[in-house]
Design a protein around this ligand. Structure first.
Ligand SMILES: [Ca+2]
Length: 121
């Protein structure tokens, strides 16, 4: 047997079987015959906002929608950044509005309760 997939032969057994160094080939196994699924560990080193795809002898990273970069580093796209800024603005506005309504509602009920107390007395 000889080394496959550019594995380097680093010696031979008595029966002329190769010892193979598979480092850097993307393969493992005695003869570098097995593809390594790089994605199975640490997402292949891809960014957290990236999808890792195992390829025979290799792998690839591609940024998720809304992110741009080489797959190993993915940043929020410019469009997405402004969308997020608008989203946060709208979110904060609605949050404040809801808070004001809640406070008004509480005051309304408290006032009603106080009035009822006066009526009872
Ligand atoms: Ca692979």
């Amino acid at each position: 047997m000889k080394c496959e997939n550019n594995g380097v032969c680093i010696g031979r057994t008595e029966t002329n079987e190769a010892y193979c160094d598979c480092s850097g080939t993307g393969y493992n196994g005695s003869y570098c015959e097995n593809d390594i699924d790089e994605c199975s560990t640490n997402n292949g080193g891809c960014d957290a906002h990236s999808d890792c795809t195992n390829i025979i002898g290799n792998f690839s990273c591609s940024c998720n929608e809304g992110y741009s970069g080489d797959g190993f580093t993915c940043d929020v796209s410019k469009n997405e950044q402004s969308n997020q800024a608008v989203g946060i603005g709208v979110g904060v506005s609605f949050g404040l509005l809801a808070l004001i309504l809640l406070v008004l509602l509480v005051f309304f009920f408290l006032k009603k309760k106080v009035n009822n107390l006066f009526l009872l007395n």
